[in-house]
Write a protein that binds this ligand. Structure first.
Ligand code: NOJ
Ligand code: CA
Length: 545
């Protein structure tokens, strides 16, 4: 767990990165859908140079490209434009300029495992074998009218769809409206590199690569293996276990193929053409060892790889400790972790773990004190819970397909509750999804020093002023109780200890203990006790104090 030099550390290692689900962040024109002008109007709350904002360093935008929204933007029909629902290219340029003026770096979502079947490439490709775009996608004649193998779509059913015009199947790892691109085609690869340069030239600082380990598929089209599982994490709420014996597809010939690493090295080459750019990858379906392999050898693939392994653990110190220790043991030399507790695809952490506001603070305390880059999903700073969605309001096609199974993702994608006005300050119209009925609002929490929001702002500010926390080394130690997570954070100039009591019990801290600390530098408590930790307390102290 080596320390990084705080002076030379890039922004994407140093700072908090905020995941903005644009559709639900802020509506600027009253149509009920979040957009770029709305987002621009709220940049101040993200970073204004004072402790009254979140003090983010990076802003990751969910996809804002034109899309028929068969998978809410993850089906892109034009990689070089902005969907009119979200604004214009001028709005985008204003966002880049506005973000830069506030010291915020912008990350675009790049979805290139597949394109929308409405993309001009696919519309051409599907017309004939001879069409120059045909080979941009993955085709097969099938056998006696059936798909060539057993590959399944992640969203259910076969991954192959018949195309009447050419009398063959095309591959789709997700919905049939999301056709998989052919990464063995050098022209397609050049096309994607061009798209990256297009956005980098407009001032974009990085990309989040959607399902980056899916790009290349087995050239021989061998069947995927299936395994019998008795228990499995509940889809959408993986900290819960389902006891249903079932056969599960192991994506051994469709995910994680060795050539994918070549593609990512090439993409990293484009990123490195300009200083200060980065790329973070979404790697799913794999073990921690496989996930971490996407950092590459000697930092030549992804700059960061999301660590989603907290999702499938309980809210307990020993569970978190296990993941943290395994991560640091397996992390390649020099690689920097990226921690995630919530996103637009899984039940929000507050609902997943049943957190009260004080517990939500300890969760954010963990996210912001671990060595690595914290990703915060919009609403997490309020301790926002999932919103129950009645059937008639379901928007997510995954939710529609599997109703009433709890796998739809609308509940974690609902609009931000900015204030108590009729449209919750999000819109003057009707929000595209309902706002959480009992959520405490941004403006309410802003004025309350005891709120989750105030705590998040304070800790983010504290973190940004302490190299031990944003750049330092980290060592886990045993705490005064196994309900506590304890670690040391050290930089050349600072030595700190972090103790998080992940329990509802008061934990006595013997004088000799790591967690004692006569002078806590930071705590969730107004008056931290020198002899004990309060339930759920997050305490940062100068080491040895
Ligand atoms: C992962 C994205 O986060 C999810 O929202 C999407 O449905 C799939 N990739 C397919 O693009
Ligand atoms: Ca709008």
């Amino acid at each position: 767990m080596a320390a990084t030099d705080a002076q030379t550390q890039p922004w994407w290692k140093r700072g908090l990165i905020y995941h903005c689900y644009v559709r639900s962040f802020m509506d600027g024109n009253g149509d009920g859908i979040g957009d770029l002008p709305g987002l621009i109007s709220r940049l101040d709350v993200l970073r204004d140079g004072t402790p009254s904002s979140l003090g983010i360093e990076g802003l990751w935008l969910s996809p804002v490209y034109p899309s028929p929204n068969r998978d809410f933007g993850y089906d892109i029909s034009d990689y070089r434009a902005i969907d009119p629902t979200y604004g214009t290219m001028d709005d985008f340029d204003r966002l880049v300029a506005g973000a830069r003026a506030q010291g915020i770096h912008l990350i675009m979502d790049l979805v290139v495992n597949h394109s929308s079947t409405e993309h001009a490439w696919f519309r051409q490709a599907r017309t004939s074998h001879e069409n120059p775009f045909h080979d941009y996608y993955l085709w097969n004649d099938g056998v006696n009218g059936n798909p060539p193998n057993n590959w399944g779509s992640t969203f259910g059913g076969s991954a192959w769809e018949w195309n009447e015009q050419t009398h063959e199947f095309y591959l789709h790892s997700f919905f049939k409206e999301q056709a998989d691109l052919n990464w063995r085609n050098p022209r397609l690869r050049e096309e994607v590199r061009g798209i990256m340069r297009f956005w980098m030239d407009r001032g974009v600082d990085g990309f989040r690569l959607d399902v980056a380990n899916y790009y290349v598929k087995d050239a021989q089209l061998r069947d995927n293996t299936h395994e019998l599982i008795i228990t499995q994490p509940m889809p959408g709420n993986p900290s819960k276990t389902l006891f249903i014996p079932m056969s599960r597809e192991v994506y051994d010939h469709t995910v994680d193929q060795p050539e994918t690493h070549d593609v990512l090295r090439e993409m990293r080459g484009v990123i490195d053409e300009k200083p200060g750019r980065m790329v973070v990858g979404e790697i799913t379906q794999r073990t921690l060892t496989q996930v971490l392999s996407y950092y590459g050898d000697h930092d030549n693939e992804l700059s960061l790889v999301f660590n989603f392994f907290f999702f499938v653990r309980h809210f307990r110190a020993k569970d978190f400790r296990g993941i943290i220790e395994q991560t640091f043991t397996l992390l390649p030399e020099g690689a920097w972790p990226a921690w995630v507790l919530s996103n637009h695809d899984v039940v929000r952490a507050v609902s997943r773990y049943h957190l009260t506001p004080v517990m939500a603070k300890s969760m954010i305390g963990l996210l912001l004190t671990l060595k690595g880059t914290p990703f915060l999903y919009n609403g997490e700073e309020l301790g926002l819970a999932n919103t129950p969605i009645p059937r008639r309001m379901v928007q997510d096609p995954v939710g529609k397909r599997y109703w009433p199974l709890p796998v739809g993702r609308d509940g974690e994608r609902t609009p931000m509750p900015w204030d108590a006005s009729p449209g919750s300050g999000f819109t003057t119209g009707t929000p595209w999804l309902p706002v959480h009925a009992s959520a405490t609002t941004y403006s309410g929490q802003s004025g309350d020093p005891a709120s989750v929001l105030s705590f998040t702002r304070q800790l983010s500010w504290f973190r940004s002023h302490h190299p031990a926390l944003h750049a330092g080394d980290m060592t886990i130690v045993d705490g005064p109780s196994d309900t506590c997570l304890c670690f040391a954070r050290t930089s050349p100039a600072e030595h700190m200890t972090v103790t998080i009591n992940l329990s509802s019990q008061v934990v006595p801290t013997p004088c000799s203990s790591f967690a004692s600390g006569q002078n806590p530098l930071f705590s969730t408590e107004d008056q931290p006790s020198t002899h004990s930790l309060a339930p759920w307390e997050v305490r940062i102290a100068a080491a040895g104090a």
